[in-house]
Design a protein around this ligand. Structure first.
Ligand code: PEP
Ligand code: MN
Length: 264
């Protein structure tokens, strides 16, 4: 069902007045993690003012070690939903296990499957039954075929609103956190009708690379971007401050993007 042969026309996911995959760029911005009501409210205001359409923020965080900050859970979902509503933004948050799909779907417009869960088949099956759009990140060592098969689980379960997200893969290079595979964007455009979003934040792990890789992603044909932005990146509660843009950088980048492609 994910194949272009099966469905030649591009899938356009419509949520409110935002169209994902319809030829206009969608920008999702926000912190790695929701930290407090004030933090997410202020960042939502800045995302909206810059021209973004979707507020990102993790309430359940997949951390490499069990002693790291794990996210603030359902309270974070509530804070983000409120900030999104107040500032007129859709929201996206990560769901890590099947038992949290319903509560995440209650608060967020788009559910994110993180790279570590791309082949969590029970989670994918549960998302197939839910009525929220899903952003499926590529596993950091997944082939295109494995990624498309993961999307297939959600589609086969009855949920047609799936977008893919290239977020970098693991290679021998250690200067960057991951290697953003730009070729994945035009390849996915060929192989599937599903929208493709690029994540230059996790794809590079370095703030100074987010701008050039955002522009390169747009040039490669991405339907949208998911970008980390924080008002105080040096004190962010996850280690992802180093890859988060400052608000003025985020605003400048979106202004420059408008020269390249119309924003939603
Ligand atoms: C995130 O978006 O904050 C995240 C944890 O992403 P990934 O699953 O790509 O590492
Ligand atoms: Mn992050």
């Amino acid at each position: 069902m994910a194949s272009r042969d099966f469905h030649p026309a591009d899938t356009v996911i419509e949520i409110g007045d935002v169209r994902i995959g319809g030829g206009e760029l969608v920008v999702m911005g926000g912190p790695c993690a929701v930290e407090s009501p004030e933090q997410i409210d202020e960042i939502a205001r800045l995302v909206k003012a810059a021209g973004g359409q979707v507020l990102r923020g993790g309430a359940f965080k997949p951390r490499t070690g069990p002693y790291s900050f794990q996210g603030i859970g359902v309270e974070g979902l509530e804070m983000m939903a409120e900030a999104g509503k107040k500032h007129g933004l859709l929201t996206i948050t990560e769901v890590m296990s099947p038992e949290y799909v319903d509560v995440c779907a209650q608060y967020a417009d788009i559910l994110q499957v993180g790279t570590r869960n791309m082949q969590n088949f029970d989670l994918l099956r549960k998302l197939g039954e839910c009525n929220r759009a899903v952003l499926l990140k590529r596993g950091f060592s997944a082939t295109y075929d494995e990624w498309l098969n993961a999307a297939e689980y959600i589609l086969a379960g009855g949920n047609p609103n799936v977008m893919l997200c290239e977020r970098g893969i693991r290679t021998f290079e250690s200067y960057t956190r991951n290697t953003l595979d730009l070729a994945a964007i035009p390849v996915m455009k060929q192989l599937t009708h599903l929208p493709i979003i690029s994540d230059p934040s996790h794809g590079t792990g370095r703030r100074e690379l987010v701008e050039p890789m955002t522009k390169a992603s747009v040039a490669a044909g991405a339907d949208g971007l998911i970008i980390e932005m924080h008002t105080d990146p040096d004190n962010s509660m996850t280690g992802d401050g180093v890859q988060s843009l400052f608000p003025d950088q985020f605003a400048r980048l979106l202004r420059e993007l408008e020269q390249l492609a119309p924003l939603c």
